[in-house]
Write a protein that binds this ligand. Structure first.
Ligand code: GDP
Ligand code: MG
Length: 443
């Protein structure tokens, strides 16, 4: 490794060690991040305990510092908790038609809007014949609202009035849907500002009358700590099958999703992404985990490092040295590129949390990066034969290479010197040592 590069890598690693020294500190930061995202306190506690258990049992290997690796574990665990890689994100319609979908949740969370969004999605993408009905008899405007948005969705709406009992509305709509061969019946319901027994009783009766294949709990991403208790109440009253997280287009970090998922145990199926009728997406647990964590993008850093350190290339190189083949300029270039693949040094620096970045600022990143690019340029100006056999490169060739790369001949000399030192080192090194060094370069 060149002096400068190795110093640089050491410096980066030095800062990483600030967090590495103290996993408790890291976990405290994670805890703060989750609380700031409005994840309910008991959920946070439980989650941290789980992560700690996993982290402590796990030896931190490879190119990351323990602190970074821990964030990786936190992020994976967060995504897993929110349903990453679990099936069932699609709306289940496997029922004798009409498949009934019941919407539940507090007032203002987005039930009516989501009902229309689902109607559109099912009509357009899954080619279903969809009927909607509102059992919100307390607010006449709510029934009208559903009528309007259902029209926008291109689905059909079943009339109801404030004088009817919700369960009668449900039965009439179900009967109509059966007789007119609808595939799906979406039932919008009344909400309250807070959970109360009358509301729970009503929705339980609706559930019993409709026997829905999906019972979706709608929760507002902007809902705070309270989301846990609301989700718990609905989860106890109804056999929920999924969660819809609305208003993810807002500023909130959406900790409500984690709380709701944690206490109900059902998957988060969709995310509302705007007020508009097409603002509904299949929930992406991984993306949402990053947002809930919101840790200066350190998550992205960890992913970037793990994804881009090309271990296959490192192994090939190690095998080559072991096999007695010479370390040539192509290998040297590969090592330099390894640094660059990580998005460049300054891009890595941008992703470090602020305290680390401040320290890192003492290193002149611009200069270091420029130098890497110049070196690449010089090697690129060489012919394949020259890269394989650097001894070929004498004065004339040096001048040609320098001209090609737009540098002075001295720089070509300097690079060849560095390469010479590296080559010496490689000769002395066994394969294992090289692997270790490559890893160090990577992280
Ligand atoms: P309900 O009382 O549960 O039926 O809630 P509504 O469907 O009437 O929605 C309440 C408000 O939230 C309305 O102004 C909606 O336009 C808005 N809303 C619902 N879902 C979203 C969403 O995903 N993003 C945004 N920005 N607004 C939403
Ligand atoms: Mg409504």
């Amino acid at each position: 490794l060149t002096e400068k590069l190795s110093r640089l890598v050491k410096e980066i690693r030095g800062q990483a060690r600030i967090t590495e020294a103290n996993v408790t500190d890291m976990l405290r930061e994670v805890r703060m991040a989750l609380l700031e995202a409005d994840v309910a306190l008991p959920v946070v506690r439980d989650f941290i305990a789980r992560v700690k258990g996993k982290a402590l049992g796990q030896e931190v290997l490879g190119s990351l510092s323990p602190g970074q690796a821990l964030v990786g574990i936190v992020n994976r665990e967060l995504a897993a908790t929110m349903g990453q890689g679990q099936p069932g994100a699609e709306l289940n319609l496997a029922a004798q038609p009409p498949a009934v979908v019941l919407m539940a949740g507090l007032q203002g969370t987005g039930k009516t809007t989501t009902t229309a969004k689902l109607a559109k999605l099912l009509t357009e993408r899954r080619k279903k014949k969809v009927l909607t009905v509102s059992a919100d008899v307390y607010r006449p405007a709510a029934i009208e609202q559903l009528k309007t948005v259902t029209k926008q969705a291109g689905a059909e709406w079943f009339p109801s009035t404030g004088e009817q009992k919700p369960v009668d509305i449900a039965r009439a709509a179900l009967d109509h849907a059966r007789r007119h061969y609808f595939d799906v019946l979406l039932v919008d319901t009344a909400g309250r500002l807070a959970v109360d027994e009358a509301l729970m009783q009503e929705i339980r009766e609706l559930h019993a009358a409709l026997n829905p294949v999906e019972t979706l709990f709608v929760v507002d991403a902007m809902q705070g700590q309270d989301a846990m208790n609301v989700a718990k109440a609905f989860g106890e009253a109804l056999p929920l099958t999924g969660i819809v997280l609305t208003k993810t287009d807002g500023d909130s970090r959406g900790g409500a999703a984690l709380s709701a998922r944690h206490v109900t145990g059902v998957p988060i199926k969709f995310a509302g992404t705007s007020e508009k009728i097409d603002g509904l997406e299949v929930f992406d647990a991984e993306r949402h985990a990053g947002r809930v964590l919101g840790m200066g993008d350190i998550v992205a850093l960890v992913e970037q490092v793990t994804a881009n350190v090309d271990m296959a290339a490192a192994q090939k190189l190690a095998a080559k040295v072991k096999g007695g083949e010479g370390f040539d300029l192509n290998d040297f270039l590969a090592q330099i590129q390894q640094m660059n693949q990580m998005g460049g040094l300054s891009s890595l620096m941008d992703k470090l949390p602020t305290q680390m970045a401040a320290k890192a600022g003492q290193v002149d990143m611009d200069r270091a990066e420029k130098e890497i690019r110049r070196k690449q340029g010089i090697i690129h100006s060489m012919t394949p034969a020259e890269r394989k056999k650097p001894d070929l490169i004498k004065a004339t060739r040096k001048r040609r290479i320098a001209a090609g790369a737009g540098v002075q001949v001295q720089e070509v000399n300097r690079l060849l010197n560095e390469f010479g030192q590296m080559q010496e080192m490689m000769k002395k090194m066994k394969g294992g040592g090289l692997m270790k060094m490559m890893k160090r370069m990577g992280g």
